[in-house]
Ligand binder design. Sequence first.
Ligand code: HBI
Length: 370
Amino acid sequence: MLNKKLKLILVSTPIGHLGSGKGGGVELTIVSLIKGLILLGHKIILIAPKGSKLPFESELLEIRLIDGVDQPSWQHQKKTDPVLIPSNSVLPKLWEDVIDIENESDAVINFAYDWLPLWLTKTQPKKIFHLISMGAESLIMKEIISEISQLYPFQLAFHTKKQSNDYTLKTDPIVVGNGFDMENYLFNENKNGPLGWAGRIAPEKGLEDAVKVANDLGEKLLVWGLIEDKEYASKIENSYTKEIIEWRGFLPTNKFQEQLGRCRALINTPKWNEAYGNVIVEAMACGVPVIAYDIGGPGELIEDGFNGFLVKPNDIEGLIKATKLISKIKRKNCRDWFEKNASHKVFAERVENWVNKGLYKKSLRTFKLN
Ligand code: HBI
């Protein structure tokens, strides 16, 4: 089926403006998807919290900034917590703007892992598509996602199959992977660099295990990412007498990839059902092989022995063994895998197919009714 040129409204996460780093992987996803969709000739209207910035402009892109109070992150709430709407909340304001302009678009794509946009799917004349960005960290989100799956199964998509296993879905999950702007990542063939770790510094990311590997190998560990949980970070530091961690902070992509590319390996240690594993793909884009626990997304991105190694979750000895073998991985394999599976172009093509099929489905159903 020929994919026609669409006018799409993309609605960002309400937990922080684009560029703040608070949106975690969703920020990278949105920026690279917009770049890829514009390359394919689609028109984009991005609705995002005030302060959001994109690293590029285009006459095919309109940005609408909405002021309001950030939505609390589900990562800082309990599974059984109700939906909170703070006063002067940005979330309903984002969606009032969608409702105002949706008739001039072909479809809406939502990136917020929030109840309101999912519930609105049942009420709006334009189809709302949802790229679900997390595993099931909240019961009420799990419920509404399952409900929307029963009613509009073709309007939900996930980053990986493993991530979708957290949800009760009516049909097989639509998996669109993720995508990163190829021009932003340079291949580095150096095989003898340090060990690296990257991600939000918070308990679900398991930094302590990677620090143990570096310590047992008598090495430093370079760590990039937003220190979201300060006492968690200092607890790890204080469990060693020597200075193991070299904190590199949360860097803009161009600086991050330049430093990351010098590593001989990235160690990835998720303690939760990681929806995708952006940093794994960013490392591969720079030619850095990845050693990761086989949990969630990483298990679908790493081809064991080809672009990295998969290790049983929480098996620190396994991480150490794999680290000693990492020179067996050809760094070019990592870059090749990235270009074939996770560039902003292939990602945008997968999303374009998902939305076109979803729009086409509706017309088929109407057709049958007449
Ligand atoms: N929490 N309420 C809420 N809304 C989001 O969109 C959201 C979140 N927590 C984390 C998050 N998004 C993203 O950082 C991850 O899904 C990647």
